[in-house]
Ligand binder design. Structure first.
Ligand SMILES: [Zn+2]
Length: 453
């Protein structure tokens, strides 16, 4: 099995890739052509091909490692090649189902020497990236927002909000805010999740490497020597995850390094830090994955609302949909076991429980009653069954869909989404069907066999 990068072409601020695959690999990628479009200020013409190829390599490499495919390309940066070998060891150690076969064949390994004194910060508008910004404000980092044109509905509005937050920060503090848009999310993650037992390929395997690697051409154009990616978890809560110090801190090319930033701070400590150092940033928070703004109903919105209340900040001032029922509804979801709380999220809530003030603020409707209830809640008993969470999940999907049908880009985006989702699902069905058939044949009773007495 082989994945080949057969062409990398630069046109203004856009880089285009042409790939070819062995027959057995095609089902994981579906497309032969991908693009990454950078901000207009980035001229890709003068950037070496060994750097321009990095974004696409970051996407195909984890897939190749999982299925045991060879990779081939004309040129690649020497430092990045070494990083990939180290990252593969980490992922294979975490996920033993990954193959140990497959090699990376580069015809021309290139040593690049750029990497100046400037800093870049991956910026998503969430609490983690705002915290990293406030910590490194003095370095005047470039804010880099990477939009993986994800095959989900409603992405365009969501990213308009992220870009607006970056532009606001850029104008306020005199920073460059740079956008990246790519269709490199359009590959068959459903099939990979099905074959390797992941709930989310991007989150559990790939996003640290991919997001950082997307920045490689920007660092060449803007003399950046360090790229920061904000941590999601405190160092005591680390689990195998796509963005993790063991991966992010290894990613490197030319003389550019990457840093997994803020792992020494818990989520509530970050909230407190931003509150103390630059509270205005909290008014631009964008944490929700459901709604272009912040829906105020999903677990992540509720978690952030409670965190803000603990610091005495009214969530309505921070772009959250919040009214007198919000906290009551949150409590009802917990009590009914319908709050979606995967293991990696429970730690956020127990930490907030420990951080509750003795004298809760009366400024926020319902906060006093909710904090009294939260203080006594036993999270060790929070083991909701999947079927009990179904109505909540279905409700959130319905909410996302209902908001998306008002979007201007609806037809084009929906058709692309439906086509992609349909093809991915077909491959998953074929994969499952093949396994069922093999299992049935294996356990089939021999034709002439007779029951033993
Ligand atoms: Zn939300």
């Amino acid at each position: 099995m082989t994945i080949s990068v057969i062409d990398v072409s630069a046109n203004g601020s856009q880089v285009s890739y042409r790939l070819s695959y062995s027959r057995a690999v095609k089902k994981y990628f579906l497309n032969d052509n991908y693009f990454v479009r950078y901000d207009n200020r980035i001229d890709t013409a003068n950037i070496p091909r060994s750097i321009l190829v990095i974004p696409v390599v970051s996407v195909i490499a984890p897939v190749a490692w999982a299925i045991g495919a060879d990779m081939e390309m004309e040129a690649l940066d020497e430092t990045y090649l070494r990083s990939l070998n180290e990252i593969r060891k980490v992922l294979t150690n975490w996920y033993p189902r990954f193959s140990t076969f497959g090699t990376l064949n580069v015809r021309n390994v290139v040593r690049n020497e750029f990497g100046g004194p400037r800093t870049g910060l991956l910026f998503s508008g969430g609490l983690d990236s705002f915290t990293s910004y406030v910590k490194h404000k003095e370095e005047k980092p470039d804010l880099i927002s990477a939009w993986f044109e994800d095959p989900k509905l409603h992405e365009e509005e969501k990213w308009a909000c992220v870009v607006a937050a970056a532009q606001w920060l850029g104008e306020r503090d005199g920073l460059a805010s740079l956008k990246i848009k790519t269709d490199l999310a359009y590959f068959n993650k459903l099939l990979l999740c099905d074959e390797f037992g992941f709930g989310n390929w991007y989150a559990q395997v790939a996003h640290g490497l991919q997001l950082l690697s997307m920045c490689a051409p920007i660092t060449a154009a803007r003399d950046i020597g360090r790229v920061l990616i904000a941590s999601s978890f405190h160092q005591d809560q680390l689990i195998p995850w796509g963005s993790h110090p063991a991966i992010d801190n290894i990613v490197s090319w030319a003389r550019v390094t990457a840093t997994h930033d803020g792992v020494d701070m818990s989520r509530q400590q970050k909230m407190r830090y931003v509150c103390a150092k630059d509270q205005e940033c909290l008014t631009k928070l964008k944490v929700c994955h459901i709604d272009p703004m912040n829906c105020g109903k999903c677990e992540k919105c509720l978690r952030t609302i409670v965190g803000l209340c603990i610091e005495g900040i009214n969530p309505t001032n921070c772009r959250f949909e919040f009214d007198e029922k919000t906290l009551d509804n949150a409590k009802a979801l917990f009590v009914a076991g319908k709050m979606p709380l995967p293991n990696e999220v429970v730690g956020y809530w127990t930490e907030m429980q420990r951080s509750l003030p003795e004298e809760p603020s009366r400024d926020v409707i319902g906060w006093r009653e909710f904090s009294t209830w939260l203080r006594g809640y036993d999270f060790s008993r929070q083991r909701p069954r999947t079927w009990r969470r179904l109505p909540q999940r279905a409700g959130l999907h319905l909410l996302r869909f209902s908001r998306s049908i008002t979007a201007n880009h609806m037809t084009r985006q929906h058709l692309k989404f439906i086509r992609h989702f349909g093809i991915c699902s077909l491959h998953v069905a074929l994969h499952r069907g093949r396994h069922l058939l093999v299992a049935a044949l294996r356990f089939r009773r021999p034709f002439n066999s007779k029951p033993q007495p």
